[in-house]
Design a protein around this ligand. Structure first.
Ligand code: TRP
Length: 455
């Protein structure tokens, strides 16, 4: 079985382009919207410490595995697994792992886009000064006015899907790479400005900093540990083949260990910086840290509405959110695009239009779950909650588990060692230990929790 030396979709122009693209995938709504609110809900420092441990012991080895598998196969995740299975002489059923991922990415993007659309709407509202002097009640009613209107939600969802598919249609170097080269520096700049702004709140900045970095172990529950682990997967884009397909465009000579460490550190740093930008504002305005998913859309506008230059800073904040979501969205659909191009022999442009339309259509479920479809309840959840639950709590952990098993047990040590080309035997065996035992065991725990057996 001969393996291709490059992907037919082209490859990243450099190691840095890959790091930017994978970091762009990892840094998204997960870092700026979800990380602060689950940290708030789980009492701060101790939760952050557990999350960091999960990134290092589970996320990092799994990221290395996905990149390694992708680069070895050099095709979309389905064909990549097929070719490796053939090479290793293993059972053909292993290729279904890739299918779980392709479908998960598709579903995640359908609701991710609706949330990103809300961020676009908020960006314009903020720049226009709508939040000036807003009360808690006012902020809440601005949010429900947006979400109660299916036409508005649909319009912003459409805008976001079109932006995403336009980039994807232009290909690896002409689309994905160009976008992240522009967005990632802008994102870091905006974030630093916002942290700088938060630093000016004096004592509140220290309060925010201590909330994030002073662990109080009495505040962490078993449930909190589990959600820290689950979030480590989501934030690093693991478990569905997104990083795998990005790895298939990686030049041969690049050290997988080094880029994986760089991406994990960058993703973590951005989540922590987002926390440092947000918590001081929350404390300075006497807002609730444990406000939950509404922290960004219902709470922060109150803070922006009462500070000098709030319209500008608020607008920049939501622009940051839109940028981060954009560079993640392209990675959610890229596995499906690569599959369509390779297996259905259609052009990238056609593949993008087709897949984009299908995701847009599926996104209607989430759009309507806020308004006319509020009463469409299945298993006690709205359509949006159901799709989120199905993907984040079931499909990603399942995908991550099988990818770990595939890399650690199905592939031979010769193959993985050859692809990694890690010189130190201690480092290689450390990875093997984590991917064979630690990561799968942890994923089983997350999974049991997700389906309610441990909870
Ligand atoms: N990591 C992104 C975030 O934090 C979301 C994301 C992009 C993702 N690609 C993914 C999550 C693949 C899981 C799998 O928002």
């Amino acid at each position: 079985m001969s393996r291709p030396n490059t992907s037919i979709h082209g490859q990243w122009s450099s190691r840095w382009a890959f790091i930017l693209a994978a970091t762009g995938s990892a840094v998204g709504l997960g870092n700026i919207w979800k990380f602060p609110y689950i940290t708030g809900e789980n009492g701060g420092g101790a939760f952050v410490l557990v999350y960091l441990l999960c990134i290092a012991c589970i996320g990092l080895p799994l990221m290395m595995a996905e990149i390694m598998i992708g680069r070895r196969g050099r095709q979309n995740p389905v064909n990549t697994l097929k070719s490796i299975i053939k090479e290793e002489n293993k059972h053909a059923a292993w290729r279904y792992i890739a299918w779980i991922g392709l479908i998960a990415g598709f579903i995640i993007l359908s609701y991710y886009s609706v949330i990103a659309g809300q961020a676009i709407a908020y960006m314009f509202r903020s720049f226009a000064g709508i939040f000036e002097g807003v009360t808690a009640q006012g902020a809440q009613s601005i949010y429900t006015t947006l979400t109660n209107d299916p036409e508005r939600l649909l319009a912003w969802h459409t805008v976001f899907i079109v932006c995403t598919m336009t980039v994807v249609a232009r290909g690896v170097q002409g689309g994905l790479e160009k976008l992240v080269k522009f967005i990632m520096p802008a994102l870091v700049a905006i974030l630093l400005i916002l942290v700088g702004f938060a630093a000016n709140t004096g004592d509140y900045f220290n309060q925010g900093f201590n909330f994030l970095f002073t662990p109080d172990f009495s505040k962490i529950t078993g449930q909190g540990v589990l959600s820290a682990m689950g979030h480590a997967f989501f934030t690093l884009s693991l478990g569905m083949g997104a990083i795998m397909v990005y790895g298939s465009y990686l030049p041969k000579s690049t050290s997988i260990l080094k880029v994986s460490i760089a991406i994990s550190i960058a993703d973590t740093a951005i989540a922590l910086l987002a926390g440092m930008a947000i918590f001081p504002l929350v404390f300075a305005n006497g807002l609730e840290v444990g406000a939950g998913p509404g922290l960004i859309f219902e709470t922060l506008p109150i803070a922006f509405g009462h500070m000098a230059g709030g319209a500008l800073f608020g607008g920049m904040f939501f622009l940051l959110l839109v940028f981060a979501a954009w560079s993640s969205a392209i990675s959610l659909i890229e596995p499906a695009i690569a599959w369509l191009v390779e297996n259905k022999q259609i052009s990238r442009r056609r593949a993008s239009v087709t897949a984009g339309f299908a995701v847009w259509l599926l996104g209607l479920l989430t759009v309507f779950s806020y308004n006319i479809g509020q009463g469409w309840i299945l298993f006690g959840k709205t359509m949006f909650e159901l799709l989120d639950y199905l993907t984040a709590n079931i499909m990603l952990p399942l995908g991550g588990f099988f990818i770990a098993i595939f890399a650690g047990w199905v592939m031979s040590n010769n193959s993985t060692q050859e692809e990694f080309a890690i010189k130190s035997p201690i480092v290689y065996h450390g990875w093997l230990l984590l991917i064979r035992y630690v990561a799968p065991a942890a994923v089983i725990i997350i999974f049991l929790n997700a389906i309610g057996i441990l909870a």
